[in-house]
Design a binder for this molecule. Sequence first.
Ligand code: ADP
Ligand code: MG
Length: 352
Amino acid sequence: MVAVTVEKLEKVFPPNVYALKDVNVSIKDGEFLVVLGPSGSGKTTFIRCIAGLETPTRGRILFGDVPIVDVEKGVNVPPAKRNVGMVFQNWALYPHMKVFDNIAFPLKIKKVPKEEIKKRVKEVAEALGISELLDRYPRQLSGGQQQRVAIARALVKEPQVLLMDEPFSNLDARLRISAREFVKSLQRKLKVTTILVTHDQHDAYALADRLMIINNGVVQQIGTADEILNNPANVFVAQFFGDPPINILEGEGRGDYVDLGDLKIPVKAPPGRLQVGIRPTDVYIAERPMAPGDVELQPARVVLVEYLGFTPVAVIKWEKSEMRAIAYDKVKEGSIVKVFLRKDNVKLFKDS
Ligand code: ADP
Ligand code: MG
């Protein structure tokens, strides 16, 4: 397998859509990188540049020490010579070919001998648990089975790098979870350097060794899920990654606290306009603090109780400020409640 280095990558679509701006990332040999961003953020363009299906406007990409594209030096290795496996968003199986021939296709193109093709298709089909499906056509398969065929086709030529573009988007919620587990354990077993792009933070959280969060073609942050949750680089990242969604409030730094007007958040804060990020899991309704160091805020009124998953989360309100808070005690809408804050987990962002 191989490490992937992306340097100063830029892609402009005419007339002037900047799909990628100055993207820099190093993916270690055998690492699982998830690229996470909203629709239109440049994820597909990024992965297509690595596959060679898109030619960047600037920058370079290396597999190990070998540049596969270097715009300045005019290097551009064609897709077939890059030895990458690609799983497309819609899986792109050939409908008129049986599963066997779908999987065998990349090997036929490479003119691998017939016997060798048979052997390799069998092996990969076994690894993916689809051996009994080789004689079927794609339309005779479930969504999950089609996805495995698409992955088998990407893996059969033993790629140096596996690329997956939203591979779970055609699966229903339950299949999605088992498909995630499957992809993760397969990647661990094969140790193939993998880049998966998704708009789904749950996919990202479940799969990534590291995440690269992207917005409008610009990398916002690269790190492990925990690093990003604990230390989001900016408000966009804080809001895009984290479940339940973080509370963001506007305030004024006053040295020892942040002034929200009707509410004081007791954390050290430089003077000036700030945005305060508080995860609902870091602010809670209870009779007393759950941990030493947690501080009590002014009492709040419960506006609404909702459930995020199976966890009761209350919308609580002071005079003006409002946030979502975990409700450890049963609370009634309209009641006044005690609120505690894990103040070490409060995030502050310079207002921009
Ligand atoms: P994502 O996969 O994150 O949804 P894309 O990489 O598909 O984002 O697109 C990034 C941006 O580039 C979008 O603004 C999109 O409209 C634009 N774009 C993508 N492909 C093309 C193209 N072939 N021609 C012009 N604009 C494109
Ligand atoms: Mg896309």
